[in-house]
Design a protein around this ligand. Structure first.
Ligand code: ADP
Ligand code: MG
Length: 633
């Protein structure tokens, strides 16, 4: 009996005692080893003229025996000598597990999780097997050897017998317990679905004997009441599909095939809106197949949504959702990346540090952006549909990066134009700007309809300028994070730093404000902390009054934050601006001059509250407001 190396023993202990649901990855690991072994023989045959391989000689086979409780994974690969068995199966030889050596406290659940996700090769067999037997014959040798272990005591290597080169790995499954069932793997259906799930794109055929049913020939003397008889029989079938769709050129694959693959692999019932296929060769070789879904999954903006692309290493699935391959703002993209430059046993930590992976992620991001720009320029309807589904992620990207991603992402934005009554890009907005317009104007609120009716929006449109109407809660935050676009300031029309008035208009407004100082102070007193100032509006408008906000916090932001969790005390600092041309202003002045406190209070309240309502903000006391209106009737 030979002992395992210390590190290997630690890993084995963990495998034997692990209780994950993910233990099914053992099959993926064994198939991948089989595929590696076949690869090695194949590559050797390319350079060694003496090796003649028959056309169908390279294969993998999975079999099970219900009574003996065994699962066997066989290959016709290069095989191992006794020395190689000692070296390869007695120690953790491979790179992925090297990482595990550094991280040697296996008791901690995080480490256990990582095994579940990435596997650690051959030893993962011990998650399901109480005994593992490896019968192998190295190519070119006439003797076979048997490596056998229960994982605990150590292993033995002895002479054995095997026809032909290659390896059989025979697992004797653990006994079922109350908590754990291992017999589930002793089923054709289960093994087949595991092969499909994890090893569908392995380059060599994975054979399995499958049970089929056929009708027995009708006996000659069968009467009229003959009922057809059936029998079960076994047939050899190749389970995996071998050539991954992402390895095929886009010109060779139909849209329907892509759509079918997308729908079945990503569990969607709607065709993808766009399909991006990438084939890179050279310093970094990989294939990628990316999809922009045709609709947003219901949980896209919930905490449970997991972004990521499936990551394959030479056809073997490493990870279902590799988050590092996608930036958050493209979290809606689904797809696959396959690179032979990556090792199979890559752990979550090494993944982040993996420079190849980072380089692929950058390329993937560029491709997605390029595709979106193409769609924006060539298929505007399609792009608008895309943007309705996923524009929010892009806006979040700008906001979350404090604007540092704006350069890249802002060209992808669409906003509803109050003037054009359709979506426009920021570039189109600027293009349409007249010479006298300095800034980009936007209004944020609940609906396009409502925003279009804001007094200030009407005023701006009246000047011939356009206003972008923003109805998503992230809009204002993203635009504020950007601050400017192509040297034009992005200005919220509901804040009072927008500069629409001429110098003359401003001067007149200031003078009128000064002349009515008394009145405004009285009104300010009535309104208390609700407004920080009452003044005459320098910009002409139809409405008698409007509210504007001072500083960073707008009224729409106040509204959004109030809807959020907890009790947001964040308030916009508001200024009540009066229209000095409006009849209401005269009435206020008269009430003040007549020292009619009750009337001044009534009109001030009414003007303030109706301005609040117009801005889409809740008023403090709707009942009193309603009563006040009745008083006027
Ligand atoms: P990895 O595949 O990452 O190298 P494993 O733990 O899966 O690590 O396998 C350890 C080693 O055992 C392999 O590198 C290989 O040399 C050897 N091995 C495992 N399975 C086979 C097989 N079916 N045929 C030949 N060699 C094998
Ligand atoms: Mg392996």
């Amino acid at each position: 009996m030979r002992k395992f190396k210390t590190e290997s023993q630690k890993l084995l202990d963990l495998m034997i005692n692990s209780i994950y649901t993910n233990r099914e990855i053992f099959l993926r690991e064994l198939v991948s080893n089989a595929s590696d072994a076949v690869d090695k023989l194949y590559f050797r045959s390319l350079t060694d003229g003496s090796i003649e391989l028959g056309k169908d000689e390279l294969e993998i086979r999975v079999a099970f025996d219900k009574n003996a409780r065994t699962i066997t994974v066989s290959d016709t690969g290069i095989g191992m000598t006794a020395d190689e068995m000692e070296k390869n199966l007695g120690t953790i030889a491979h790179s992925g597990s090297q990482e595990f050596k550094a991280d040697n406290d296996f008791s901690d659940t995080d480490a256990a999780d990582i095994i579940g996700q990435f596997g650690v090769g051959f030893y993962s067999s011990f998650m399901v097997a109480k005994n593992v037997k490896v019968v192998s014959r190295s190519y070119g040798s006439d003797e076979a050897n048997v490596w056998e272990s229960d994982g605990v005591a150590g292993y033995t290597i002895s002479a054995g017998e095997k026809e032909g080169h290659g390896t059989d790995v025979i697992l004797s499954l653990k006994d079922d317990t109350d908590d754990e069932e291992f017999s589930e793997f002793l089923s054709e259906w289960k093994l087949r679905s595991l092969i499909k799930q994890y090893s569908n794109y392995v380059r060599y055929p994975i054979h399995m004997l499958v049970t089929k049913s056929r009708e027995l020939p009708k006996p000659e003397d069968a009467g009229d009441d003959y009922v057809p008889q059936y029998e079960d029989y076994l047939e050899d079938e190749v389970i995996n599909s071998m050539t991954p769709i992402w390895k095929r050129r886009k010109s060779d694959v139909s849209d329907e095939e892509y759509a079918e693959f997308y729908k079945s692999d990503f569990h969607d019932f709607v065709d993808p809106q766009s399909t991006i296929s990438v084939h890179a060769e050279g310093a970094l070789s990989y294939d990628a197949l990316l999809f922009i879904p045709g609709r947003a999954p219901f949980d896209l903006y919930s905490r449970d949504y997991e972004k990521g692309l499936a990551l394959y290493s030479a056809g073997v699935l490493i990870m279902d959702k590799c988050a590092d391959l996608l930036p958050d703002y493209f979290n809606f993209v689904r797809g696959v990346v396959d690179s032979s430059d990556l090792t199979l046993n890559i752990s979550r930590e090494t993944l982040q540090r993996n420079s190849q992976l980072r380089a692929i992620a950058q390329k993937v991001e560029k491709k997605i952006k390029g595709e979106l720009e193409k769609m924006r320029d060539n298929d505007r309807d399609g792009y608008e549909a895309f943007f309705d589904n996923f524009g929010r992620s892009i806006k979040f990207g700008i906001y979350a990066s404090y604007g540092s991603k704006a350069e890249e992402l802002a060209p992808l934005l669409l906003y509803f134009s109050a003037k054009e009554q359709k979506y426009v890009t920021l570039a189109e907005y600027i293009e349409a700007m007249g010479e006298d317009q300095k800034d980009i104007y936007y209004a944020a609120g609940e609906s396009v309809d409502r925003l279009g009716k804001l007094p200030i929006v009407k005023t701006i449109l009246g000047k011939g300028y356009d206003v972008l109407l923003c109805t998503e809660d992230v809009d204002e935050f993203a635009l504020q994070a950007m601050r400017t676009w192509q040297e034009k300031e992005l200005k919220n029309v509901s804040t009072n730093d927008i500069d629409l008035a001429s110098d003359d208009e401003k001067k007149v407004a200031e003078e009128t404000t000064e002349a009515n100082k008394d009145l405004f102070e009285a009104m300010q007193e009535i309104l208390g902390a609700s407004v920080s100032k009452v003044e005459v509006s320098p910009t002409g408008m139809e409405a008698p009054a409007r509210l504007t906000a001072v500083g960073q916090m707008s009224m729409e932001m106040e509204r959004i934050l109030a809807q959020g969790p907890g009790d947001s005390m964040a308030r916009a600092e508001k200024v009540l601006q009066l229209n000095a041309q409006h009849h209401a202003f005269e009435v206020l002045k008269e009430a003040h001059e007549a020292k009619d406190q009750a009337k001044l209070r009534l009109y001030t309240d009414l003007l303030y509250n109706q301005a609040m309502l117009v801005e889409g903000l809740p008023i403090d006391d709707p009942l009193t407001f309603a009563e006040e209106i009745c008083k006027l009737m």
